[in-house]
Every structure is written in structure tokens, then in C-alpha cells.
Ligand binder design. Structure first.
Ligand SMILES: [Ca+2]
Length: 416
């Protein structure tokens, strides 16, 4: 029991500091004065602290590996690993989802800073399972989990915020027909998937992300790389049924689909708006058809603007016309060594700002997909409403990259 007393004393002094701070702010922030801080030390139980917590409380978890499957129990509380995911792990032991939000938790229910590993669910959400709730899941490493759908994270009937996590090496298991190796979203909502690294996940469909009847999700500023759709479509991202997603400023690279859409695949049903794909960089993805993008269905309202849709060879973009419609392409660069645009997309090249030129990345072989000086995609994008004020690096958009005195947005996820 070396160190236990010291740690408890340390925790007690922290709590005292919090109490003193709360007293100091009592007049200015009266509602927060009732919020408490609970402490969990190595060897303790996070779940016991959740049981004891009330809305507005923060549970501070100290370094260690916690063999638990925790449930937020509907509480608007923050569960925080004070030393971050490299030192703090919740290990689900294959006994169920590692973390569950299934009781209408709001955004103020926060999971922050953990390694979340070794969870399993035969249906959905091996690492983090969200059903009918909208929590915040941020700054975690979610890895080595298994489920039929959403091996890493699942979100059903949800407007959750999933931000700044690394979601890696999660794998479909427990069924045939699964999807969403990294993240699975189903049943209309407004899930936001922002600024995550999503890598090396595997599922039959949607290796990185599967959006299935997902409503109006936002997928922005993510790095989605090296994921695999092991049987069907969408190595990086797959969208089906009514998934009117805004997919903005992501890097989608080196993903693989055995069938179609190495980077992204979608099937837009009749009557749906379909996705908006804006200022993404897709490169080095592979599939049997549609190396970068496989666009299918009733997609006349789908918007594809300012994207780099590049592939080593084959058709970078294929428009399967089951709905006899193609998306609205504008200021996109669709490029591969031998055939950028597939004829199925109709006449697009040199129309509406669309082109087929070598994007001239800084170092494609080294996976540096910034535009090199002199790239033909600098200052060649179309004006887009609602674009983030900064690019994927956090560099301010829009800039005058060709030094002609006029600032114009670049094509792709990076600005210069
Ligand atoms: Ca520019």
C-alpha cells in the first residue's frame, strides 16, 4: 500500500483547493458552488464514484488501469483522467462496452482523457456505446475494442460530440454484416465527429466510419487513414439511407474498400438531401471501383465542392447511376495517373471549376498532402458559405497563396 496515504492527502488538498476556489466565486457563480469534485485513485472504482456523483460534479481519476465497464447513469458529470490516456486506462475485459451512455445524457456528460480498450458488444459500441444520449467524448484513445457495428464508438438517436480522440485498431466481431469499425452512427440525430484521428479500424462496410440513417451528422477536421472495409464499401467513410452529412475539411488517406469507394462511398435514397463534401483531401485510397469516391443513388442534391479527389490509378471518382443522377461537382480536382473522372459522372472536367490535374502535394509518398508551392490548386477553390475560419492545420483561411493580391480559398483541406 505504498503511497496510498500520500495520494489520499494529495487528493484531499486538491479538493480543498477546489472548495476554496468555489467559495471565492460564490457570488459570481452561485449555481456552480454546489458542484463537487470526487477523486478516484488507482485501485478504486470509477463506477462507485459515478453512483455517488450528482449533476455538475467532476470525477478526477488518477493514473492507473481500471478494469471496469462504466455507465454514466444519466448524469451530467465530467469523468476526467487527470494525467491523460497514456497513464489512465479503462479496460473492459471483453465483458461489455467499456463506457455506456444510454440514459439521455446531455453534452454536459463528459468522458475526457482515457484509454478505452478491450470492450466488446455483440451488437454495437464495443468501446463507447451511446444510445438515445448526446454526451461529449473527447481527448481519449479508443483502441482494441470489438463489436458488430461501431467497434470503437456507436451513437444511436444521438447528437453526441465526439472530438479530439484517437480511435484506432477497433475491429468488427460478433456478427456478419457489421459496419463502422471506428465509429457507427444510426437513427437520425446530429452527431458531431470533429478533429479525431481515425486509423487502422476494420469492418465489412465503413472501415473508419459508417453513417446509417444518421440524420444530419457533421464530420470535420478528422484524419481518417489506413482503415479497411473488408467486404463492401467505404474504406474511410460509408453513408447509407438518410445520412445528410456535412463532411468538411477532412484528410482521408490510405483507406481500402474491397468493393467500392476506397475513401468514401455513399448511396443516397430517393428524397434525401444527401451529403455535402467540402474541402476534403482524399488520396491514396484503393477499391475495386471508385478509388477516392463512389457516389451512388438519388444524389442530384449532393454537393461536392473544393475537394482533392486523387488516386494512384484507375477512376478516382465513379458515379454509379442507380438513381440516374450525379452530384453537383464544383471546383474539384479529380486526378489519377490514367483516369481521374469516370465517364459515369458525365461531362465534368473543365466545367464549374472542376479539373483533373496533378495536385502537387509536398510529399505524397511521405503522406504530406499539403499543397506544394506552385500547386495548381492554390487559390482555385469556389467560395463556400459556412466553411471553418481555419484549415486542417489551424491556419487562417482564406489566404492569397499565389501572391496576386487576391485571397482565394484553396482546393483541399489545407490553405496557403
Ligand atoms: Ca489560398
Amino acid at each position: 500500500m505504498y503511497g496510498t496515504g500520500l495520494r489520499r492527502g494529495f487528493a484531499a488538498s486538491l479538493s480543498l483547493a477546489v472548495v476554496l476556489g468555489a467559495l471565492a466565486l460564490l457570488t459570481a457563480l452561485a449555481p456552480s458552488a454546489s458542484a463537487a469534485t470526487l477523486t478516484v485513485l488507482n485501485g478504486g472504482s470509477i463506477q462507485n464514484a459515478i453512483v455517488a456523483a450528482n449533476n455538475g460534479d467532476t470525477i478526477r481519476v488518477y493514473p492507473g488501469t481500471y478494469f471496469e465497464n462504466i455507465d454514466f447513469l444519466g448524469k451530467a458529470i465530467t469523468v476526467l483522467a487527470v494525467a491523460g490516456p497514456t497513464q489512465t486506462t479503462i479496460d473492459g475485459r471483453g465483458a461489455g462496452p467499456v463506457v455506456r451512455f444510454t440514459r439521455n445524457e446531455p453534452r454536459a456528460a463528459v468522458l475526457n482523457g482515457f484509454t478505452v480498450k478491450s470492450g466488446f458488444d455483440p451488437f454495437e459500441g464495443g468501446g463507447v456505446q451511446i444510445v438515445g444520449a448526446s454526451p461529449t467524448v473527447t481527448n481519449n484513445l479508443i483502441t482494441g475494442n470489438r463489436a458488430c457495428t461501431g467497434a470503437g464508438v456507436s451513437a444511436a438517436s444521438s447528437s453526441a460530440l465526439i472530438s479530439s480522440n484517437t480511435i484506432s485498431d477497433n475491429t468488427q466481431q460478433g456478427c456478419a454484416g457489421g459496419s463502422g469499425g471506428g465509429i457507427f452512427v444510426r437513427a437520425a440525430g446530429a452527431v458531431e465527429i470533429r478533429s479525431n484521428v481515425i486509423t487502422r479500424n476494420k469492418a465489412e462496410t465503413g472501415g473508419g466510419i459508417d453513417l446509417f440513417a444518421a440524420g444530419q451528422p457533421v464530420v470535420s477536421n478528422n484524419r481518417i487513414t489506413g482503415n479497411t472495409a473488408t467486404l463492401h464499401d467505404g474504406g474511410g467513410i460509408n453513408l447509407a439511407n438518410v445520412s445528410d452529412a456535412s463532411i468538411v475539411q477532412n484528410l482521408v488517406t490510405a483507406n481500402t474498400a474491397v468493393r467500392s469507394g476506397g475513401g468514401i462511398a455513399w448511396l443516397v435514397p430517393q428524397g434525401a438531401r444527401g451529403p455535402a463534401l467540402v474541402n476534403n483531401t482524399l488520396a491514396a485510397n484503393t477499391a475495386a471501383t471508385g478509388q477516392a469516391l463512389f457516389a451512388d443513388g438519388f444524389q442530384a442534391n449532393a454537393v461536392v465542392t473544393n475537394n482533392v479527389l486523387a488516386a494512384a490509378n484507375g477512376s478516382a471518382v465513379v458515379c454509379s447511376n442507380s438513381g440516374r443522377q450525379v452530384p453537383q461537382f464544383r471546383a474539384d480536382d479529380v486526378w489519377s495517373a490514367n483516369a481521374g473522372w469516370n465517364a459515369s459522372c458525365g461531362a465534368q472536367n473543365n466545367i464549374n471549376g472542376n479539373r483533373s490535374v496533378n495536385p502537387q502535394f509536398v510529399n505524397a509518398a511521405g503522406n504530406d498532402l499539403h499543397l506544394a508551392a506552385g500547386s495548381p490548386l492554390i487559390d482555385r477553390g469556389a467560395a463556400v458559405a459556412g466553411l471553418p475560419a481555419t484549415d486542417l492545420d489551424g491556419v487562417a483561411r482564406v489566404r492569397d497563396g499565389d501572391n496576386n493580391g487576391v485571397a482565394v480559398i484553396d482546393v483541399g483541406a489545407y490553405e496557403r
